[in-house]
Design a protein around this ligand. Structure first.
Ligand code: SAM
Length: 401
């Protein structure tokens, strides 16, 4: 996706679908006690779906379309609603990477790095890696293209580990230990640079875009992630078009964009299911004790909690809400209520999740339009298969003279 008309048209199409269907995705499923829509055809469809099929449909765009396509024609007509690559990208040929250089890099991360590297055009510009972690990407780029790389990272230990790996293999990679959200951190950016950022979270990549535009960096290659990790209560759109769009996004809305996951293992899937049931079971217990049926969020906790005992989880949750539990609640009764409620919530989420990719696309297009507005020629593509990472949208921008 390259020219300005295409980006703007894609943005307008996404905006229209998201706005027209906001009742189906701008909601908190946990807070619903029944299907929240006056749509008998959808209700009939959802309630007829067997419980055991829900997770598969949720993960598979073809099944989503098969079961819900007729009810959401506008959404399924969006050219790019599926997780398929936006266009066929031409990958540059890379030298085969020796095994000793990939030690310590997980299989999926390595696949992302290879796919990302094959999209970086030849250039003599200095390379800068933004929010580098241990700088695996930077190290491999420096080796692949025989060019020096500067990697900026906030965690001292990651800088130390990355530097040690670079010197061990005699790779021209230098680490800058800095917070990129401060002027000292963003001082690493310069006009004559090719900047790369793989999976830079919310504010970290927003700051990159702002600073790169203000300093006039020559080239940017960015894979954004975690759009919800921003300090503001509400999303602040970057481009003029998104600022004019009637779409106010809360943190909860933004999280929807990253809910797409590559199918987890059976154990993780089971724990996730238990988590939903327990959270809703606790919600029923809390409502019974306080008479307050309004949903009260709880913080996130490690998955290990959900292979333990529900009573322990409920005590932790009650503590969060400063609620004293009776000595021996009828745990089983609330677990049954939780399971019933979970069956409803999963069906609501099935519908809500239809909008996660259009929302992610809307957010990335906002970034693309912002760069275009500031004189960059921009391309937006999927750089690897969705199964390798669901955060597979690559934004590439070259500053025009
Ligand atoms: C999701 S990781 C991505 C790391 C690496 N690019 C990769 O793809 O594996 C984000 C990285 O940003 C770093 N980070 C977080 N806040 C930062 C900040 N304010 N300044 C610089 N780096 C930061 C984290 O320590 C982490 O290494």
């Amino acid at each position: 996706m390259t020219n300005s008309g295409t980006l703007q048209q894609a943005f307008a199409a996404c905006s229209a679908v998201l706005q027209q269907n906001r009742q189906y995705w701008q909601l908190v499923p946990f807070a619903c006690q029944q299907l929240p829509w006056d749509n008998p055809a959808l209700a009939e469809k959802l309630l007829a779906l067997p419980e055991r099929d829900l997770a598969c449909i949720d993960q598979d765009p073809a099944l989503q379309q098969q079961h819900l396509g007729e009810l959401f024609c506008d959404l399924f007509q969006l050219k790019y609603h599926l997780n398929a690559p936006e266009s066929t990208l031409i990958a540059h040929e890379l030298k085969p990477v020796p095994f000793w250089l990939t030690n310590g890099i997980g299989g999926r991360k390595m696949a992302q790095i290879t796919a990302f590297s094959s999209q970086i055009p030849q250039s003599d510009l200095p390379l800068l890696e933004w929010c580098a972690g241990k700088g695996h990407l930077g190290r491999l780029l420096a080796w692949q293209f025989q060019r020096p790389v500067t990697s900026v990272e906030w965690q001292q230990q990651l800088c130390a580990d990355g530097s040690a790996l670079a010197s061990q293999f005699n790779i021209p990679q230098r680490f800058v230990h800095a917070d990129v959200l401060t002027p000292q951190g963003s001082a690493v950016l310069a006009p004559q640079q090719q900047v790369v950022a793989l999976h830079a979270c919310g504010q970290l990549h927003i700051e990159l875009l702002r600073q790169a535009v203000s300093k006039g960096c020559q080239q940017l290659h960015l894979v954004p992630c975690c759009y919800h990790l921003i300090p503001d209560e509400q999303y602040q759109p970057l481009s003029a078009l998104a600022q004019q769009a009637d779409l106010a996004l809360s943190h909860h809305d933004l999280k929807l964009a990253v809910q797409g996951q590559v199918t987890a293992g059976v154990r993780i899937e089971k724990l996730r299911h238990t988590e939903v049931k327990w959270r809703l079971a606790y919600q029923a217990l809390r409502a019974a004790l306080t008479g307050d049926n309004n949903y009260q969020p709880l913080s996130s906790v490690g998955k290990h909690w959900f292979s333990g005992d529900f009573a322990d989880f409920a005590r932790w949750a009650a503590d969060q809400h400063q609620l004293t539990l009776p000595a021996a609640p009828d745990w089983q009764h609330y677990l049954t209520m939780g399971a019933e409620h979970a069956a409803l919530v999963t069906r609501i989420e099935l519908v809500r999740h239809l909008f996660r990719r259009p929302l992610e696309r809307w957010l990335v297009l906002d970034r693309a339009l912002y760069l275009q507005q500031h004189g960059y020629q921009v391309q937006l593509n999927a750089f690897c298969d969705y199964q390798v990472t669901p955060r597979n949208l690559l934004l590439q921008a070259v500053r025009q003279n």
